[in-house]
Design a protein. Structure first.
Length: 226
């Protein structure tokens, strides 16, 4: 039970950060992004370090995750790392197409006007692009390490079935997007399913991080273009 409580504690800074997105929308961008660094980067990293030192969560096991023999790269690619990056980019492009063409329209139909909030971004170049890059990297690395890597590894080590570990990971990831409303929660949870299965099946941390990063960059690029 203590292990589950610590997993909730790991998600807490992301949940608190959602309040900032709502409260600081009309305030100082510098104050908001400073608080974002504290809540979404510093707090989770310090908690991960503390829990790893106490052997509560398997942080270094997660960070050393690599492709298992069941998922070796095709001949012709230089290494498993390159294969993970390529596969991550391809899956990100597929997810972008699926969500833009199917998932988002369905959710908009089910919950009209339910995507309530988004990150406040600077309007001036290059600050806007720098913040987008920061958000994309922060989400890709920390959210995948915590909600896929740590959650699934810790739960499966505690004899939780793989399908249940995936369900917990996906549900927690959806919950930290509550600031986006019902449609945003469902969209985030659905989006996380293939990545959670990917990690649970093959322990390919680099692949899911690259997928998350490419997806975020594609999302912001398409949003800017529209």
């Amino acid at each position: 039970m203590q292990r589950f409580a610590w997993l909730v504690a790991l998600a807490a800074p992301f949940l608190l950060n959602d309040f900032l997105i709502i409260w600081v929308r009309s305030g100082s961008l510098l104050a908001y992004w400073g608080a974002d660094v504290a809540l979404s980067v510093a707090a989770p990293c310090l908690l991960l370090w503390y829990l790893d030192r106490r052997h509560v969560v398997p942080l270094w096991e997660v960070l050393r995750s690599r492709l298992t023999p069941a998922n070796q790269p095709p001949s012709g690619l230089a290494s498993g790392h390159l294969w993970s990056l390529v596969l991550g980019a391809l899956v990100a492009a597929w997810l972008t197409a699926v969500f833009a063409g199917v998932v988002d329209p369905v959710l908009y139909w089910l919950w009209p006007n339910s995507y309530r909030y988004s990150y406040p971004l600077p309007e001036v170049f290059p600050m806007r692009e720098a913040v987008i890059l920061y958000v994309s990297l922060r989400a890709a690395v920390l959210e995948e390490v915590i909600f896929r890597g740590v959650f699934i590894t810790a739960l499966t080590r505690a004899a939780v079935p793989r399908w249940a570990a995936i369900a917990v990971s996906v549900s927690a990831f959806g919950c930290i997007h509550w600031y986006q409303g019902p449609a945003g929660i469902v969209a985030a949870a659905v989006w996380a399913i293939p990545l959670a299965y990917w990690y649970a099946r093959w322990r390919d941390l680099l692949g899911i991080v690259s997928c998350h990063l490419f997806y975020n960059l594609l999302f912001h690029a398409l949003r800017a273009a529209s």
